[in-house]
Design a protein around this ligand. Structure first.
Ligand code: UD1
Ligand code: MG
Length: 450
């Protein structure tokens, strides 16, 4: 049986109080919508339709960056969840498999839950995903009769008795696509919100004598995000899970609750991560590395035995080979640091390659940007770059070369050569004393005037 996904993402998310569409707010540095798409991908959907509305262009762009085959259905006015699903009708024209409806703001769904919904479809025409709510608050309530789901009543429309039900609607459902559209055709908007409720399809299906049931999952999976507070809470849930996974894999986190991970962070076993480290997207750290406190990593690769930080910043394209050292207040961007090389203090290495066993002295800067274009610095193996060297790119320093402290390198340096480019030092005997006397006399005259 083939499957399709419809992801509802048109809502404004008023309570986010944001210019960014709600579903593009990130959790663990990945937009919520992309979390939902990745969860849905377990169904190997033949078609994926994203229903967009507020911020449609931005939402469509993010969705297509994840999967170029997604179809976008624009819902001009947000008239309710049933109306939103109806917008996918054209995109699912001629598709007679199952459709699973997800929300773009429900990022914690686990793949097996979707599989269970599809399994429950054999023997049922319509399957709803429910959960036992600790605080049912304003969720829709599932009115069950044994295993049969009779209807869903929205909080706003519920009687006191119905409000006491704790089995709630997650919003997800699975149904044959064409059947779902025919059920939606009958949905009206005569309710407390004046909206076309998707939840009404349950009662309509039951009236037609169809089989409807609910599958349960734990509440954490259905966590929806409606406010910044929800976003923070959702992120916290994700972080707790991701840290626990790393610990299980044999990674030492000295203070787990202070390490911030991205959804795609990969860390090998026996790597040690000190407190207060932030991982942005696209980081891979191999086994047996050490990420010291207060470091910030994104889009980079750290090999076995490397030591990063404390206070290091690895930006996209930083490639650290085995046994490298990147120390405090060092920033590396789009640069390869070959095996055993060291950049220990206060340096910026950008758009560069640094050869094996090379030592970069404190305060070294690759001057990669001329105000218009970026240029490359190539430093060979076994080079000693003296402290406070400025490497004005494009420039090459050959293997085994040396630069004197304070040198501004503007021309290529041959292998094994020494580059010195700094003003000659001159010592003037007794001058310091004369200067001090002059300054003290000046200050005394000023104090007298005042
Ligand atoms: C909905 C359910 C409720 C359930 C709850 C779970 C309905 C009528 N109610 O309520 O039973 O307990 O979710 O979180 O379905 N959307 C659109 N277009 C629209 C309206 C909504 O795309 O016209 C999208 C929203 O962006 C959101 C999702 O659909 O992703 C849910 O909409 P929302 O307004 O949050 O529904 P709830 O009132 O929370
Ligand atoms: Mg909601």
């Amino acid at each position: 049986m083939s499957n399709a996904l419809v992801i509802l993402a048109a809502g404004k998310g008023t309570r986010m109080n944001s210019d960014l569409p709600k579903v593009l707010h990130p959790i663990a540095q990945v937009p919520m919508l992309i979390h939902a798409m990745r969860a849905g991908s377990v169904l190997s959907p033949e078609r994926t339709v994203i229903v967009t509305g507020h911020g449609s262009e931005a939402v469509a762009k993010a969705a297509m960056a994840e999967d170029e085959d997604v179809q976008i259905a624009v819902q001009e006015d947000q008239l309710g969840t049933a109306h939103a699903v109806a917008q996918a009708r054209n995109a699912l024209n001629g598709f007679d498999g199952d459709v699973v409806v997800l929300y773009g703001d429900t990022p914690f769904l686990q793949p097996d839950t979707l599989e269970r919904m599809i399994e429950a479809r054999s023997g049922n025409d319509l399957v709803i995903l429910g959960f036992e709510a600790v605080d049912p608050a304003r969720y829709g309530r599932l009115v069950m009769n044994g295993d049969v789901l009779e209807r869903i009543v929205e909080f706003k429309d519920a009687s006191d008795e119905e409000r006491s039900i704790t089995f709630c609607n997650s919003g997800l459902l699975a149904c044959n696509a064409q059947l779902l559209f025919s059920l939606i055709d009958e949905v009206g908007n005569d309710n407390a919100a004046g909206e076309y409720y998707l939840t009404d399809v349950v009662e309509i299906a039951r009236r037609r004598g169809l089989n409807v049931t609910a599958v349960a999952c734990d509440e954490a999976q259905t966590l929806g995000v409606n406010s910044r507070a929800d976003l923070a809470a959702a992120d916290a849930v994700f972080q707790a899970r991701a840290r626990a996974e790393l610990l299980d894999l044999g990674v030492t986190l000295m203070a787990p609750e202070t390490v911030y991970l991205a959804a795609d962070t990969v860390v090998g076993r026996d790597t040690v991560i000190e407190p207060n480290v932030v991982f942005g997207p696209g980081v891979t750290v191999e086994s047996g590395a050490m990420i010291r406190a207060f470091s910030h990593l994104e889009g980079c690769h750290v090999s076995r035995g490397a030591v990063v930080g404390p206070y290091a910043r690895l930006r996209p394209g930083a490639e650290l080979a085995e046994n490298t050292r990147v120390g405090n207040f060092v920033e590396i961007k789009n640069a390869e640091i070959a095996e055993g090389a060291k950049v220990n203090h206060l340096s910026y290495i950008g758009d560069a390659s640094v050869g094996a066993a090379t030592n970069i002295g404190a305060g070294t800067i690759t001057c990669n940007y001329d105000g218009v274009m970026k240029h490359k610095t190539t430093i060979g193996a076994n080079v000693f770059v003296g402290s406070n060297t400025m490497l004005v790119a494009p420039v090459t320093v050959g293997d085994g070369a040396m630069t004197a402290t304070g040198t501004v390198v503007t021309r290529d340096v041959d292998p094994e050569a020494l580059a010195v480019a700094r003003a000659k030092q001159e010592n003037k005997p007794g001058y310091a004393r004369k200067l001090f006397d002059m300054l003290k006399a000046k200050k005394a005259r000023r104090d007298k005037k005042a």
